[in-house]
Design a protein around this ligand. Structure first.
Ligand SMILES: [Zn+2]
Length: 229
C-alpha cells in the first residue's frame, strides 16, 4: 500500500456498505464475508418466474430476472440506500456489472437491443444529481454490450410511495410514466432497469407505457433486487 493510499484510508476509511466493517485492501465493493453471503436470487426460468407473474396482469413482459432477493430488514438493503441516498453512484455501476454478469449464463442478454432505466422525476434527479437506475443500467450495459437509452419520462409528482399499501401504490403509480419511442428503437427488445422491485407496479407501469407507445416492442425487466415483506 502506498503512502497516499494509507493517508486516504486514514482520512476516508472505506466501510463495507452492508455490515459497516472497515474494508481491507483488495476488498472493493463490500467485505469478503458479505460478498460470499449475498442473498442471490436463483432464476430457474427467465421466461416464467415470480417477477413476471407480479407484472403480467398489467403488461406483457417477456423475460425477467434479478440479482438479489431479500426482505426489508436485510442488511443488504443498505447497498441500495447507499447508492440511492448517499451519492455512491459508482457502487450502482459496479452492482449493475455484477448483476449483468450473473445473468449471462441464463441467456438473459440474447437478442436484447438496449437498456431503459426507470426514470426519476426531474426534481428528484436534480436533487440527487443522478438517476440510480441509469447507473445500474450503465454497469449492465458494459456486460450486455448494448446502449442505455432514456425513453421514459416520469410525468407527475405524487405522494411518496413509502407508506402506502400494495393496492394504494398500484393506483398511485398508474399513469406516472410516459414513453417516447423514436423510429430507431421501434420493434426492438428493451430491458427495463430499476433498483428494487417491491410490488412490481413501477416496472409494470413503465413496461405498459413503452408497449402503449409501440406495441411492436418486446420488453423485459431487470431490477437489481426483489424486496419482500
Ligand atoms: Zn460486510
Amino acid at each position: 500500500m502506498s503512502l497516499i493510499t494509507d493517508l486516504k484510508e486514514l482520512l476516508l476509511p472505506r466501510l463495507c456498505p452492508v455490515c459497516g466493517k472497515l474494508l481491507m485492501e483488495g476488498e472493493n465493493v463490500m467485505c469478503a464475508y458479505c460478498a460470499i453471503s449475498m442473498p442471490r436470487y436463483r432464476v430457474t426460468n427467465i421466461g416464467d418466474n415470480l417477477l413476471l407473474r407480479m407484472v403480467w396482469d398489467r403488461a406483457d413482459v417477456k423475460r425477467a430476472t434479478t440479482y438479489l432477493s431479500y426482505n426489508h430488514f436485510s442488511l443488504y438493503h443498505n447497498l441500495v440506500i447507499d447508492f440511492k441516498f448517499h451519492g455512491k453512484c459508482d457502487l450502482a455501476v459496479r452492482l449493475g456489472r455484477w448483476a449483468a454478469t450473473a445473468a449471462v449464463k441464463d441467456g438473459f442478454w440474447e437478442d436484447i437491443d438496449a437498456l431503459v432505466p426507470v426514470p426519476l422525476t426531474r426534481r428528484r434527479q436534480f436533487e440527487r444529481g443522478y438517476n440510480q437506475a441509469e447507473m445500474l443500467a450503465r454497469g449492465m450495459a458494459e456486460v450486455a454490450e448494448v446502449p442505455v437509452v432514456n425513453l421514459l419520462r416520469r410525468t407527475k409528482n405524487r405522494t411518496s410511495q413509502t407508506n402506502l399499501s400494495g393496492e394504494e401504490r398500484r393506483k398511485n403509480a398508474e399513469d406516472l410514466y410516459k414513453a417516447y419511442v423514436p423510429d430507431e428503437w421501434r420493434g426492438k427488445h428493451l430491458v427495463l432497469v430499476d433498483d428494487v422491485m417491491t410490488t412490481g407496479s413501477t416496472l409494470a407501469n413503465c413496461a405498459k407505457a413503452l408497449l402503449d407507445a409501440d406495441p411492436s416492442l418486446e420488453v423485459s425487466i431487470f431490477p437489481l433486487a426483489l424486496a419482500r415483506d
